[in-house]
Design a protein around this ligand. Structure first.
Ligand code: XIL
Length: 285
């Protein structure tokens, strides 16, 4: 009820990843993703597909032992199945996720080792072939402010544009830690530079870690709310920034707990009650 009342869209956290939908070359499982799609259709939510090409959460049969030809065929088969499965009901796709290192170099991944950096552009071309209606996104972390990695992202996306291959937007994941996040001005300038390239910007996976903060919960939640406010305001003040998505909505279920440590990174507490962060987002909007 909370999801459909308070939010306008959803991104499957895991259900449309390669390892989830195609555990074996011949086995397709869209059950979890289809139930999210049903919810989206019933309540008129946008749904964003996440993610077609990523070094992580691949099925075990996609491995370094494959030849470049085999991997290329596997990629095309994967795109040819998953994109038409959702068709025009999923208007946005994260095509390539996390292709870069912190310093802007290409990340060592199975895709990079088999194809070199050309795979990024090839993935966008392939997505356009099987989802001609869709808007295609590049998505990454630590590209929220202006730094070597976001500079490299802008360069990578410009090269794709110059080659005449469709790329419509960039997702800034925005997994932040309070006190260690880029400023509103920095995020805003970064959003603007992607906008100047004609790209849409999505804040695609926001959460804010606070477990290192001392003091009473109210104070810690207020500090967190300020970070949520700044990011939302940076999005609102740039016309290129179209969408703000959180990586979950209740502190009861967050990937942060198991990946980084017990935390309360989201907008609603474990009992689904709104936190200061939720009010801060509303205010900034
Ligand atoms: C995370 C999920 O939230 C976890 O449940 C899963 O175990 C690992 O992946 N960047 C991304 C997301 O693009 O797909 C990741 O999601 C979080 C970091």
């Amino acid at each position: 009820a909370l999801l459909v009342e308070q939010f306008g869209g959803e991104t499957p956290e895991n259900a449309t990843k390669w390892g989830s939908v195609q555990p074996d070359p011949e086995t397709w499982d869209f059950s979890a993703a289809d139930s999210m799609l049903e919810l989206a259709q019933e309540y008129d939510l946008r749904m964003k597909g996440h993610t077609l090409v990523w070094h992580s959460q691949l099925p075990s049969w996609v491995s370094e032992s494959m030849s470049a030809e085999e991997l290329s065929l596997a990629m095309e088969t994967h795109f040819a199945e998953i994109l038409p499965h959702f068709g025009s009901s999923v208007e946005d796709w994260d095509v390539v996720n996390e292709a870069l290192e912190w310093n802007g170099a290409m990340r060592e991944s199975i895709f990079y080792s088999k194809f070199g950096s050309a795979y990024v552009q090839d993935a966008f071309a392939l997505a356009a072939k099987y989802a001609p209606h869709a808007r295609l996104f590049y998505n990454d972390y630590s590209i929220e402010g202006i730094n070597s990695k976001s500079d490299a992202t802008a360069k990578l996306l410009e090269e794709i544009q110059k080659a005449g291959v469709p790329v419509h937007g960039v997702g800034l994941q925005m997994h932040l830690t309070h006190g260690n996040a880029p400023s509103r001005e920095d995020i805003s300038a970064n959003i603007q530079r992607f906008g100047d390239l004609g790209l849409l910007v999505h804040i695609s996976e926001m959460d804010v870690q606070i477990r290192h903060l001392q003091g009473p919960e109210t104070d810690r939640f207020l500090a967190q709310a300020m970070t949520y406010y700044d990011v939302t305001a940076a999005c609102v003040e740039n016309s290129a920034c179209e969408q703000l998505t959180f990586w979950g909505y209740t502190d009861r279920y967050s990937w942060i707990d198991s990946w980084f440590g017990e935390d309360d990174p989201l907008l609603y507490d474990e009992d689904l009650l709104p936190k200061a962060a939720r009010d801060a987002v509303h205010q900034a909007l």
